[in-house]
Design a protein around this ligand. Structure first.
Ligand code: TUI
Length: 310
């Protein structure tokens, strides 16, 4: 099996999460320049915005980078076409199955790495000429599945014969080493990058991550079929209270509409949706992307070298 660094052409087997509304050219190019795989997170943006982010990213790095397509986006179909025009080399997908796009992306010679939350979807896609899968546990931030990284990663490793990348619950080298022990060939990180210098979000969002504890996140939207892990704040509490009181979906939508951008751009971390994974409690300071990636990699290699049963 081809290693992840060979497949992607990166220094480290570390992929950035495709965080919607957050992962722009600035974050993606910083991650790629630091030796990971940077991604433009297309979720939340229309075709021309994503195209412009791709072009800006290309001007800031000569290293490999990719685009994450959030399949629940109303623009997903058009973005799926545009990435071919723009000669994007690597695609990750989330929040749905990319089945209908695989053939055209493969014809264009792209590397395709879908995010999957179940063994069933991993198995189904592995039969369709994809290059690797990102297996995301429910510890992750944003839109999530039900199973934990610890239980899901080895099950997917047993079910498919393509490289597996572990996501959800990875913020330092201990978790990266653990991911390798579970059979993964690489990791995807999101939450820890929210606190990076180069992450283009409001400082209040970064400080909320840095202040978070182990119990600071909660899942909203389980009943509406779109579970989303966020930092527990007034917005999340009101949302869950309204669900309990039987509020209709239309009113709920009004409450959540634009709530991510409220946190990302306006810094309203009380009434905005502050998406983050359970590892937020491990993130203690705001640092440059390069330091985050170097630490993850060095700590993980150190741990794997030291392990013995004597
Ligand atoms: O996609 C993510 N994380 C995201 S997307 C996002 S934007 C958003 N905001 C509000 C509501 C919904 C989305 C914020 N965070 N992670 C990857 C991921 N993919 N997690 C879960 C899945 C997933 C779920 C179902 C992938 C495939 C899938 O397929 C169902 C099927 O079999 O078709």
């Amino acid at each position: 099996m081809k290693s992840i660094v060979k497949l992607l052409g990166t220094k480290y087997p570390i992929i950035q999460g495709g965080m919607a509304n957050i992962a722009d050219h600035q974050l993606a190019s910083a991650v790629s320049n630091a030796g990971g795989l940077g991604l433009i997170g297309a979720g939340g943006w229309d075709v021309e915005r994503v195209r412009s982010e791709i072009r800006k990213c290309r001007s800031l790095t000569d290293k490999p980078f990719g685009v994450n397509i959030m399949l629940m986006s109303p623009f997903a179909k058009d973005i799926a076409k545009m990435v071919i025009e723009e000669n994007v080399k690597i695609i990750t997908t989330g929040a749905g199955s990319p089945g209908e796009y695989i053939e055209s992306w493969k014809e264009a010679g792209m590397i395709i790495i879908p995010v999957v939350p179940t063994v069933a979807l991993a198995r189904r896609l592995a039969k369709q000429n994809i290059d690797a899968v990102i297996v995301e546990g429910t510890e992750a931030g944003g839109h999530i599945g039900e199973s934990t990284t610890m239980s899901l990663v080895p099950q997917v490793c047993d079910a498919v014969d393509i490289p597996v990348i572990a996501a959800g619950g990875v913020a330092d080298g201990r978790q990266m080493a653990a991911a390798f022990c579970l059979g993964a060939e690489g990791v995807q990180i999101g939450t820890v990058l929210l606190a990076a210098d180069e992450c283009p979000i409001h400082i209040n969002y970064k400080n909320t991550i840095v202040k978070a504890r182990d119990t600071s996140t909660i899942v909203t939207g389980r009943d509406s079929g779109a579970p989303v892990r966020v930092i527990k704040n007034r917005m999340a509490r009101e949302y869950l209270k309204m669900v309990k009181e039987g509020i209709d979906l239309h009113e709920l939508e009004e409450l959540t509409l634009g709530s991510l951008s409220k946190a990302v751009f306006d810094g309203d971390t009380e009434m905005g949706s502050v998406m983050a994974g359970q590892v937020a409690g491990l993130v203690k300071e705001i640092k440059p992307v390069k330091e985050i990636l170097d630490n993850l990699n060095n700590q993980s290699l150190e741990i794997l070298k030291e392990k013995s049963y004597e």
